[in-house]
Write a protein that binds this ligand. Structure first.
Ligand code: IPE
Ligand code: IPE
Ligand code: MG
Length: 241
């Protein structure tokens, strides 16, 4: 496999509100444009053959926002999940979920599950929607799944990296190689804390609704030029090697 091209790209899609504000528009308008950008980038990633794309859509902390804004974002998610099945089919896109479905409105949790099931056999890009997702929350849920499982039932078992990894939301999805964040912020905001241990970062100053296919290409080009050492020396092997 070409290691210059990431197998898994994660995107912290930030700046919808500032995009709207800079135009004298409402925050919901920004989220609407953000959805269009997400669709554009999913298509671009699929056309480029990127195997995995994780989109940070709604964090476990985003519930702190006004109920109107939260409801608007949830309505957009609902509409997107329902309307896009043909698009997924045409492009072979498989939908997955990361995050805790239990706090989502029940119909959205069901739509999400349906989208995941309907696209399960598609062989193109796997798009992981991080929805009610928090990195710490995922690790806590993973630890609780591990405790509930067989290794601990008869006592004496210990946590290992492999055990926790196997209990994450999508254990078969490889760690992100590249994490893109828009809107110029240099922080991880609780995204993929476990998985991002050796991710490369690319920060774009653009607000998410303005992020284009060309910007994705630039991020991929920058990634291709990085020397990933994983704590070793030049041209090193992955963290598990
Ligand atoms: C990202 O845009 C979308 C979500 C977090 C749901 P923001 O809504 O955070 O936009 P800013 O950061 O306020 O500009
Ligand atoms: C991160 O953006 C979450 C998503 C993009 C869904 P935030 O806007 O919530 O992050 P902070 O508050 O700037 O750290
Ligand atoms: Mg933000």
């Amino acid at each position: 496999m070409d290691t210059r091209s990431p197998a898994h790209v994660g995107i912290i899609m930030d700046g919808n509100g500032r995009w709207a504000q800079s135009r004298g528009q409402s925050r919901p308008q920004g989220h609407l444009e953000g959805l269009k950008a997400a669709k554009r980038i999913v298509k671009a990633a699929s056309d480029r053959g990127i195997p995995y794309l994780t989109l940070y859509t709604f964090s476990t902390e985003n519930w702190k926002r006004d109920v109107e804004e939260v409801s608007f974002i949830m309505a957009l998610v609902r509409r997107y999940l329902r309307a896009e099945l043909d698009f997924y089919r045409e492009n072979g896109i498989r939908i997955r979920h990361a995050g805790d479905p239990s706090r989502l409105p029940q119909d959205i949790a069901e739509e999400l599950q349906r989208a995941c099931e309907d696209t399960r056999d598609f062989k193109g890009t796997q798009v992981v929607l991080a929805l009610n997702y928090g990195g710490r929350d995922e690790i806590v849920r993973a630890a609780n799944r591990a405790l509930a499982g067989a290794p601990f039932a008869d006592g004496g078992a210990r946590f290992t990296e492999a055990l926790i990894r196997s209990c994450l939301d999508n254990p078969d999805v490889p760690d992100p190689d590249l994490i893109i964040r828009t809107a110029g912020e240099f922080r991880i905001s609780n995204f993929l804390l476990w998985e991002a241990a050796y991710a490369e970062y690319y920060i774009s100053d653009k607000f998410w609704p303005d992020f284009s296919d060309g910007d994705l290409e630039t991020a991929l080009d920058r990634y291709a030029a990085r020397d990933r050492r994983y704590g070793g020396l030049r041209g090193g092997k992955g963290p598990a090697a």
